[in-house]
Design a protein around this ligand. Structure first.
Ligand code: BTN
Length: 245
């Protein structure tokens, strides 16, 4: 792979920039920014990243079988990088692609399809990871959030992290191409909410409460509700307050 790492100073959204360059950049390239002015989150939410404070990176994946797989590749690359900094503290995936520490969000992923002539030609998978924000900065966000600074008590050089993330991303993408089952098994293993009770909320507001019993090969989840099994592939997950993570 002749994938490229691009780090720009300032951009509206790395997902939008990667999309504009999708046909010219090689497969496996990672487009990153030191400052993102108009970041996008899942379900049309905004993603706020003050300059130099957080990772904003979007991977270009031209050979994935399912959109969820692209998220799994970049999520595993990020989890490996994060885990190396955390010592004994454990980070985990909260389906579909958030990374959590305890009950606080550290990172989120937005995967978007790229279409040509009505056909899917690849996925842009963008990740935002809270790095150098203080607890005061994070308190301004809606949901409970944490950062590497809050967890480790030190600041990090974003450019060094981008190089590490890129190397991990390329390795995970190669693993996926050689042995997709192994990559997906790793993703499943790090999904610590499997087997736990939770509430899943669809974009139209309908709710499912039950046990997260399985991740299907396409990446969607199965929830065992009272008397029925339901497939869930889009929306928000609320961790049950009683759940130990
Ligand atoms: C979420 O809602 O949890 C997903 C957030 C994804 C944010 C990242 S930051 C890099 C990339 N560029 C964007 O505009 N969004 C994603």
């Amino acid at each position: 792979m002749s994938a490229e790492l691009i780090i720009c100073d300032r951009i509206d959204s790395t997902n939008s920039a990667a999309r504009e360059r999708f046909s010219t950049l090689p497969d496996g390239s990672l487009f990153c920014a030191m400052e993102q002015t108009c970041g996008r989150g899942r379900l049309n939410r905004r993603w706020i990243t003050p300059p130099g404070s957080a990772i904003c990176a979007s991977g270009i994946l031209k050979n994935v079988a399912e959109p969820f797989h692209a998220g799994a590749i970049i999520a595993l690359a990020a989890l490996e990088m994060i885990s190396g900094k955390l010592g004994n503290t454990c980070a985990y995936f909260k389906w579909p692609n958030d990374i959590y520490i305890g009950k606080k969000k550290l990172a989120g992923i937005l995967s978007e399809g790229v279409f040509a002539h009505g056909k899917l030609s690849g996925i842009i998978s963008g990740i935002g990871i809270n790095i150098n924000q203080s607890a005061e900065n994070l308190a301004e966000l809606d949901n409970a959030a944490t950062s590497l600074f809050c967890e480790c008590g030190k600041t990090f050089d974003l450019r060094e992290l981008y190089c590490e993330l890129f190397n991990n991303f390329i390795r995970m993408y190669q693993l996926y191409q050689n042995d997709p089952a192994q990559l997906l098994a790793r993703w499943k293993q790090a999904n610590r909410l499997l087997g736990k009770t939770l509430e899943a909320i669809r974009p139209d507001g309908t709710r499912l409460r039950g046990i997260f019993s399985e991740i299907l090969p396409d990446g969607s989840m199965m929830i065992d509700c009272e008397g029925s099994r339901q497939r869930f592939d889009c929306g928000d997950i609320k961790i049950d307050p009683e759940t130990f993570v």
